[in-house]
Design a protein around this ligand. Structure first.
Ligand code: URA
Length: 232
């Protein structure tokens, strides 16, 4: 692919804007040689303003989503893309969240521009365990493990019962919940079905992948070992 297209696809600017960056000599190779729009140079060799290019298509990253951010490009409030370089919102292919977390849920969120990978992770048959911690308005009753684990719990306006979910009490009003599916507001609706209310919700892990020291609002690109932890 010609450099001008590669760089425009990474969201650095329109083709016209990127042409201007070439003319201004902002785009060089690692040896400092100025590059031209039609050059075909390996991605890793290209610098813009002496900085390496963002990763090519096939990007997979994890974000520690804070409370108060929406998994959307368009919401009028704060959105997850506000936590990344502005050009990440302009990439082609587009960078999307892998599933969603509610605005009031924090924790581990994957993002990718690889549609097939996104599909593999979210497809029901992937059954990737998603581990959450919830704090609750009321004490646990004691029968939640049986109800959530039954495989027969039917939420309002759903046509199929939930797959069995694991619940481990952490205190009278806190629990760890492991899901293998991801329905709309699932955990909030599960607790509502047993007369409780989720006050805070945080996703700690996906498969063997955890946030490992990533503070709220931080993100990092996943490598091969991380991909192994989520089985893709
Ligand atoms: N369950 C919810 O209710 N909300 C989330 O964001 C994730 C799981």
């Amino acid at each position: 692919m010609k450099l001008v297209k590669l760089i425009a696809n990474l969201g650095y600017g329109s083709r016209r804007e990127v042409q201007r960056m070439f003319r201004a000599g902002q785009i060089t190779d690692r040896g400092g040689e100025v590059l031209y729009a039609d050059d075909q140079v390996a991605h890793a060799e290209v610098l813009i303003d002496a900085e390496p290019l963002d990763p090519p298509a096939g990007l997979l990253l994890m974000l520690h989503k804070p409370v108060g951010y929406t998994c959307s490009t368009k919401d009028p409030g704060r959105v997850i893309y506000d936590l990344m370089p502005p050009r990440f919102r302009l990439r082609d292919p587009a960078l999307s969240s892998v599933g969603r977390l509610d605005r009031d849920t924090s924790g581990l969120l994957l993002m990718t521009d690889d549609g097939q990978l996104l599909h593999r992770i979210t497809a029901p048959k992937s059954a990737l365990p998603k581990v959450y911690e919830a704090t609750l308005a009321n004490d646990l009753r004691g029968d939640e493990a049986a109800i959530f684990g039954s495989g027969t719990l039917m939420l309002e306006s759903e046509t199929t019962p939930l797959a069995p979910a694991l619940i481990e009490p952490l205190s009278a009003r806190a629990a760890r919940i492991t899901l293998v599916e991801g329905r709309y507001h699932q955990i909030r609706r599960m607790f509502a079905a047993v007369g409780n209310h989720v006050e805070t919700l945080h996703r700690q892990a996906l498969g063997g992948l955890t946030l490992e020291g990533l503070a709220a609002g931080q993100w990092r690109i996943l490598d091969g070992a991380d991909r192994d932890r989520i089985g893709c």
